[in-house]
Design a protein around this ligand. Structure first.
Ligand code: ADP
Ligand code: MG
Ligand code: ZN
Length: 511
């Protein structure tokens, strides 16, 4: 008898429909899987055989042909264990199920018949729903994650036996319920707050601008000046995520298998701070089998913080350049191309020199000029080129640290950031960009118009400071954000002057 079981697979951040057709016929006992199965899928036979045997069921001693449709897409991983097992049980008439065409199945089997959770349950559940399934059967460990999707009943299955008892009506499984919107709306973050940071007003101002325009930022300062502390507080001033953004971030974390057990959704903007020993694959994604999303994708819609930038492996930083520019990571494999989103704000920190104290008023720098220049050359020009703001974070005076903090809380800074973002969203509505950081050269000409005075200032700055030509567009974008923060449609001369200050390090270190 031929049966068809609905299932889903993963490709990048999205799922796709897989039909599992099983034909059991008389003939020499054999088992064949066609439709581009990878090794893991071909090996499912052994897992399924044990799982069924240990659940008091069996694989019939007949000719079994399994066709995975569509035939021209490579099927990967262990998710097809469950639908193949169900197909065999149905084709050999060991179970009888009504409305099988409205059901969808995925999950890995253990030899004892229990089901193991798989990665990517959320995107796969979304695909099951989009393909019209009404009921989705998944490993119990994936149930909550899958149940984030509305409009489909998700059944968390512990084992093949439990599934059989559900089908016979002996012990029905109840659908798992998750109210994703409520989870999202009720989420309260205990984020570190800018009110903890004493002094550092100009660094905070620059971070506010970076947050308001979605600009990448590099902080340069001696050890202990508070760079890490400042970076950790940026999430508290970013605009809150929308529900759709949260879903997209959750998909990436679902594929990476990084969702916490008790929380099926990512509800706040990610803040990823990988260690500087991270590999190129760890940073941007890849690896054997289905490629894993890297840190840059786990930070999607949030912040990727590279603390102590020059310590990172040069090859890892190199491969990050294109994704930073595109907002997507593309991984090409023999079996196909995968892409993961990585729309991030890059925040980086570094010391000004190997000893850390170049330019510090309280310590002497012990580094030679050549040591400093080889230290700085570790971060490539093209990467730096994608960072709109470079700021100096000097050590705070001892007296300032002793004082009681009267610093502004993050909530007030966030209010200004939100307002500036609203202005940008309105201005760029329909253009496919969301913030000033994404402005293309053509759009800069359109929205960053300068009056004669401001043009003159910019021109003089170029000549006097010896700025590079590519700094030009960066200054204009940042000036646009500064004007948006003050609610002005026109970019004022002082906005340009301030934006130039955030490039002065170009001149100091990299001219
Ligand atoms: N402006 C500041 N206000 C309050 N505490 C600070 C400030 N700057 C530094 N600190 C304290 O010094 C510690 C070290 O700062 P850190 O952010 O690690 O410096 P860096 O990353 O620049 O080396 C912080 O954890 C914090 O306790
Ligand atoms: Mg630090
Ligand atoms: Zn030094």
């Amino acid at each position: 008898m031929i049966t068809k079981i609905n299932s889903v697979g993963l490709s990048g951040i999205d799922g796709y429909y897989i039909g599992v057709e099983t034909d059991i016929s008389n003939g020499i006992p054999q088992w064949e899987v066609v439709g581009m199965p990878d090794t893991a899928v071909r090996e499912s036979k052994e897992r399924i055989r044990s799982a069924l045997k240990n659940s008091g069921l069996m694989i019939p001693g007949k000719r079994i042909l399994i066709n995975l449709a569509p035939a021209d897409v490579k099927k990967e991983g262990t998710c097809l264990d469950l639908p193949i097992a169900v197909g065999i049980l149905a084709s050999s008439e060991q179970v009888f199920v009504h409305d099988m065409d409205k059901m969808c199945f995925f999950g890995e089997l253990s030899l004892d018949g229990t089901l193991r959770g798989v990665k990517g349950a959320l995107p796969m559940a979304i695909t099951a729903y989009q393909n019209g399934a009404k009921q989705l059967f998944v490993p119990i460990g994936n149930a909550k994650e899958a149940a984030v999707v509305e409009g489909i009943d998700v059944f968390g299955v512990e084992s093949i036996s439990a599934l059989i008892r559900h089908f016979t009506g002996e012990e029905p499984i109840l659908p798992t319920k998750v109210n994703a919107r409520a989870l999202f709306e009720q989420a309260t973050d205990e984020l570190p707050d800018f009110s903890d940071v004493k002094g550092q007003e100009s660094a905070k101002r620059a971070l506010e601008i970076a947050a308001a325009g979605g600009h990448n930022i590099l902080m340069i300062g001696p050890p202990g000046s508070g760079k890490t502390m400042l970076a950790q507080r940026i999430p508290s001033i970013l605009p809150s995520m929308t529900f759709d953004e949260a879903l997209e971030v959750t998909k990436v974390h679902s594929i990476a298998g990084r969702l916490p057990k008790n929380m099926p959704m990512v509800v706040s903007r990610p803040f990823r701070s990988p260690h500087h020993t991270v590999s190129a694959v760890g940073l941007t994604g890849g690896g054997s089998g289905i490629p894993k999303p890297g840190e840059i994708s786990l930070a999607h819609h949030g912040i990727l913080f590279l603390d102590e930038l020059p310590e990172f492996r040069k090859d890892a930083l190199e491969v990050m350049r294109q994704p930073l520019e595109d907002g997507t990571v593309t991984i090409t494999r023999a079996g196909g191309t995968y892409s993961y989103p990585c729309n991030i704000m890059l925040v980086a920190s570094m010391n000004p020199c190997p000893c850390g104290y170049y330019g510090d008023k309280n310590h002497d720098c012990s580094c030679s000029a050549s040591k400093i220049s080889s230290y700085l050359s570790k971060i490539s020009g093209p990467l730096l080129d994608r960072i709109d703001l470079h700021i100096e974070v000097p050590a705070v005076d001892y007296d300032d640290l002793g004082r009681k903090s009267t610093a502004e809380p993050s909530s007030e800074i966030k209010r200004r950031v939100d307002k500036a973002r609203e202005i940008q969203l309105k201005r760029y509505s329909g253009t496919g960009i969301y913030s000033n950081s994404c402005l293309t050269a053509a759009m800069i000409d359109e929205v960053c118009v300068l009056d004669e005075d401001s043009s003159e200032l910019l021109k003089n700055a170029f000549e006097m400071l010896g700025l590079s030509a590519r700094a030009h567009n960066r200054i204009l974008k940042v000036a646009r954000t500064i004007a948006d923060l003050s609610g002005n449609e026109k970019i004022a001369k002082e906005n340009i002057a301030e934006a130039i200050r955030y490039r002065s390090l170009d001149r100091k270190f990299w001219a």
